[in-house]
Design a binder for this molecule. Sequence first.
Ligand SMILES: Cc1ncc(COP(=O)(O)O)c(C=O)c1O
Length: 510
Amino acid sequence: MPGSATTGLSFQTPLIFEQGAPARHAASLRPDDLPRVDAKAVLGEMARDVPPVLPEVSEPEAFRHYVRLSQQNFAIDIGMYPLGSCTMKYNPKVNEWAARLPGFGDLHPYMPDELVQGALELMWRLERGLAEVCGMDRVSLHPAAGAQGELAGLMMIRAYHQAQGRDPKKVLIPDTAHGTNPASCALNGLRAVPFPAGEDGIVTAEAIAPFVDDDVAAVMATNPNTVGLFESHIAEIAELVHSKGGLVYGDGANLNALMGKARPGDLGIDVMQFNLHKTFTTPHGGGGPGCGPVGYKALLDPFAPVPVVEKRDGRFVLDQGSRPNSVGRLRSFQGNFGMMVRAYAYLREMGAEGLRQATELAVLNANYLRARLGELWHVPYDTTCMHEVVISDRHLKESGVTTMDVAKRLMDYGFHPPTVYFPLVVKGAMLVEPTETESLQTLDEFVEVMKTISDEAFADPDFVHAAPHSTRLRRLDETQAARKPVLRWTAPETPTEPSSASGGTAETRP
Ligand SMILES: Cc1ncc(COP(=O)(O)O)c(C=O)c1O
């Protein structure tokens, strides 16, 4: 964005639209080598009378532009990304290789089943692998994200009740829940009813009992929950809700702390979503393609979204219509197939033992940080945690430095900030999720940096308030950035005269 406040020394170079010069180009074709196309004949009135104002740049300029852009963002491939609740673990590159194999990457969603047997078999196998991990009977691979998986699961629950001539409307949700839980209820015409977690951060059957009645469609519980603790009463809660005809939705976003050790299906959960981009290492961030499969018990099978991959007479088919009570289609085609390939590659690479080990290391790393950060920082739930730990800015009160300042200053030290001000039940919360893919050295470095920032907060609070100091953009107005993002470059008032759209001449060729 031209004109924005910039700092970082290496980031002052203008953006690509401000670079180059008329007739500079990156191709080695002469205009005469290109076929002449009559734009008017092809595009009719949509053809342009005036060529668009496009940057005319050399190959190095174009390449540097994109590399520079990639450097202006933080990524898991650059450093530790302890964004609690998001499981930003390393995405193995073998997954990328697998997803790009031409037999997968070049498929078209309209290809007939006979020509895509391998892809359908992969989906069929992935479904079985995920079902085994979560202890469910079946898994729909259709939803596009965790939140859409929640929506799909709640739609199935609602359809299940309606098929029995009931229409309960309440969904009980603990006050520690992720915001997508109540949103998914609202989108599905259900009412989210919050109930309190106990002092120790977990929910009990006693706490939920006063809310359980015949109007309860489901309880929605995240396990481990969003303060990083294992919900040890979930089986009792499930029994209570089932006794009133309700079902149990398990938010499976935090499965990274359970897989290979415990299965939600064995704990009384009827339906849950997987966040493949968390637990199963498919890349995420930036709103890219996602996949949020939904695992469910057999009682919900008639209502599962379509299409579903079935195996009939030794062949795989994409079944679009044998479930008349299905909640239907939630998105185009069969889902984000590339994400399924990545998750399947991860499952096969890890095997059962590898998944268990990943869980153990994720939990060990989080507890290591709990113990080490706890030497200085306030740890509200100071008990053995699962994959993430909540700390707060309480000890900084006198300095005036807050969680937000700490988060911004971490960027100067090459760490992505943790999740801030969530969970809402902890004042000044920082939710730290190291994941299993960080080494002991990196965890120690993180602890040291957090200590340094704490020292800085008392020695020079203004400096910390003003962080980050080393990024291209400084502190943004986050509300404006979210509500009115400026995503489009606009031409200067007096654009440079565009040269011929077809490129340069022999004299200007590199
Ligand atoms: C506990 C929990 N539930 C649901 C979601 C929603 O998942 P997604 O971002 O894939 O829609 C998240 C995402 O962070 C989460 O942490």
